[in-house]
Design a protein around this ligand. Structure first.
Ligand SMILES: Nc1ncnc2c1ncn2[C@@H]1O[C@H](COP(=O)(O)OP(=O)(O)OP(=O)(O)O)[C@@H](O)[C@H]1O
Ligand SMILES: [Mg+2]
Length: 336
């Protein structure tokens, strides 16, 4: 659906040259909900904007549905943009227009008939569950409602790709969940390819099937979300993910530990219990579980445990070795 081929963007500012995107090469398939994560200033927005040519490229190519877009002009460019909707963190609605008028505007620009426009707006507002707000002005809407209007507007023409630049960053947790559910529905029911930039890894875990990680203008890792989150390869990704898995054991408890503190990451719901009881029996060690949680990536569970291992030094080492082999990851984070 979207193919980046050695795509690069540099900005020239006086004497400075800023490399915003460097040699990006990857494909986003039709039907993906594709996440792009990375640090601030990594080049995520710049990369996203090359897809509808809001941002020209300096090097390489960008293909949409198999055709290069980087040199499009005039009518061809307008056609491309009509099929690609975009939403933003701050919604970007026209404050002096009602909800209906905000949506009508893009349909008028695309040259639709008045009667068509009316019925299309009705349909769109029903889809985003805002039929009762057709004549309201944006200032009277909540953040979540504003983003729903922006989504309706982005879908107004025959949208095939929806670009989302931090769509939930200005929303609270509950509203985020409802906007994400709507994006998922758009993807599944309408078959629209959704590309989401976010700094919230939870967003990616909740709805994306694939993810690309950007750091300092480069794509450093890309893959299936479950794989990337349970088995990150690049140092930057490892760090990004470990932030969300951090658990600070209270100092008083750390002071009392008589064996090492080990962080275990495992796939599946039951796996850990069996491995712990097996190794406890086999090596005569005891486990003291200090913290544990299971989280879901899509519908796949992955678990994290912080355990204190008690036993003779030799047995502890044997147990850790086996944990390393049988879990996704076992890491000694404190060797008391
Ligand atoms: N129009 C521009 N002119 C000059 N430099 C720019 C321009 N747009 C972006 N940049 C620079 O390019 C780099 C990448 O910016 P970009 O906005 O793509 O990052 P980002 O990953 O989206 O960051 P954030 O998470 O903060 O939104 C930054 O160093 C930024 O300052
Ligand atoms: Mg950005």
């Amino acid at each position: 659906m979207v193919e980046f081929k050695n795509t690069g963007v540099t900005f020239k500012q006086k004497r400075n040259i800023i490399k915003a995107v460097s040699g990006a090469s990857f494909t986003i398939e039709k039907g993906d909900i594709f996440g792009i994560v990375g640090g601030s200033g990594a080049g995520k927005s710049t990369l996203l904007r090359t897809i509808n040519l809001l941002q020209p490229v300096t090097t390489g190519d960008v293909l949409v549905k198999g055709k290069s877009v980087v040199n499009l002009k005039g009518k061809a460019l307008r056609n491309l943009r009509q099929n690609i909707g975009m939403i933003f963190q701050h919604f970007n609605l026209a404050e002096n227009k009602t909800v209906s008028q905000n949506i009508a505007f893009v349909l008028e620009t695309a040259g639709h008939k008045r009667s068509e426009i009316k019925s299309r707006i009705k349909e769109l507002l029903e889809f985003v569950n805002l039929s009762d707000k057709a004549n309201a002005y944006p200032s009277k809407l909540s953040g979540g409602q504003k983003q729903r209007v922006a989504i309706a507007r982005a879908l107004a023409n025959n949208t095939e790709i929806l670009l989302c630049d931090e769509p939930t960053s200005a929303l609270d947790v509950e509203t985020t969940a409802s906007v994400l559910a709507l994006l998922k529905e758009i993807n599944q029911r309408l078959g629209i390819t959704v590309i989401i930039i976010t700094h919230e890894l939870e967003v990616v875990k909740a709805i994306c099937n694939r993810v690309a990680v950007m750091s300092e203008a480069e794509i450093v890792e890309i893959g299936n979300v479950y794989e990337v989150f349970t088995n990150p390869q690049h140092q930057f990704t490892k760090q990004l993910i470990s932030h969300t898995q951090r658990f600070d054991v209270p100092q008083e408890i750390l002071n009392k530990l008589s064996g090492p503190l080990v962080k275990i990451i495992y796939k599946g719901e039951k796996a850990a219990e069996a491995i712990l009881s097996d190794t406890a029996e086999k090596f005569g060690v005891r486990y003291n579980i200090l913290h544990g949680k299971i989280e879901y990536i899509g519908t796949n569970p992955t678990g994290i445990l912080y355990v204190n291992i008690i036993g003779t030094q030799e047995n502890i080492l044997l147990a850790i070795k086996e944990l390393e082999e049988k879990t996704q990851k076992a890491e000694v984070i404190l060797s008391a």
